[in-house]
Design a protein around this ligand. Structure first.
Ligand SMILES: Nc1ncnc2c1ncn2[C@@H]1O[C@H](COP(=O)(O)OP(=O)(O)OP(=O)(O)O)[C@@H](O)[C@H]1O
Ligand SMILES: [Mg+2]
Length: 233
């Protein structure tokens, strides 16, 4: 579904990610982990057309999308939830969801009920301003807003950051439910153990480069990966 071949990208002259290759198959959940500053968010932004690509090629569903703009990518079936500032605080929950679907033809009502079904918590709060939601509720709204475009591939940058274990569990359940409904997921996660537990495969980045990749289970069982990247149990 997604194929990155030797992608290099950055913001100024310097390359932040260098020669990255990564594949996501239809139906998978794939998690990217790596230390702070290793380029995980930059990689996600690069897939979504938000950085300067210096080299390499990105394919989505067999089509070359290298250099395409985010609005074009949304129409092709990609959606992206950034790590930060991912809801409009002064708008209501409903307005946030409508904003997500603004550029798409018809069917907004059906799309709204689809998102409310995925995150029932949002259903009772449609008139509440997003800025007054709890951290966990805002995360669900951000994912819901991306889901309103009915993507084929959902890109999630640290969906569970700063959430309590219970809310984190709810969010991961929501992500699994989205995947069960046929949406392929590529996410970045600091809560690597939890994320790999629901993933098919994982990639480890270090200093903007591919370090390791493999089935999620083998990464979780690898003592060196545990020691270096997964922290204490
Ligand atoms: N808009 C930007 N302009 C210039 N440099 C940037 C920009 N965004 C990120 N960087 C730099 O790129 C490098 C990688 O940042 P990135 O956000 O991709 O890391 P990350 O792996 O997502 O880190 P974290 O785990 O902390 O979220 C950092 O050195 C950062 O300072
Ligand atoms: Mg990041």
């Amino acid at each position: 579904m997604l194929n990155l071949e030797s992608v290099s990208a950055g913001y100024t002259e310097e390359n932040i990610i260098d020669d990255i290759s990564l594949q996501v198959e239809k139906g998978e959940i794939v998690t990217i982990i790596g230390p702070n500053g290793s380029g995980k968010s930059t990689l996600m932004k690069s897939v979504f057309g938000l950085t300067k690509l210096r080299g390499g090629r990105i394919e989505f569903l067999g089509r070359d999308i290298t250099g395409k703009r985010p609005d074009e990518l949304v129409r092709l079936g990609l959606a992206y939830v950034p790590q930060e500032r991912n809801v409009f605080s002064s708008l209501t929950v409903k307005e946030n969801l409508e904003m997500g679907g603004i550029s798409l033809p018809g069917g907004l009502k059906e799309r709204l009920s689809y998102v409310q079904e995925l995150f029932p918590m949002l259903a009772g709060r449609m008139a509440q301003r997003a800025g007054t939601l709890s951290g966990g509720e805002q995360k669900m709204l951000a994912v819901g807003r991306a889901m309103i475009t009915e993507p084929t591939l959902l890109l999630l940058d640290e969906p569970s950051a700063a959430l309590s274990p219970k809310v984190m569990g709810q969010l991961f359940c929501g992500i699994q439910e989205i995947n069960n409904r046929g949406v392929t997921i590529l996410m970045v996660e600091q809560n690597a153990r939890r994320a790999l537990a629901i993933s098919d495969r994982g990639y480890i980045l270090e200093m903007g480069r591919n370090r390791l990749h493999g089935p999620a289970r083998s990464l979780l069982d690898d003592p060196e990966v545990c020691r270096l990247y997964l922290g204490r149990r």
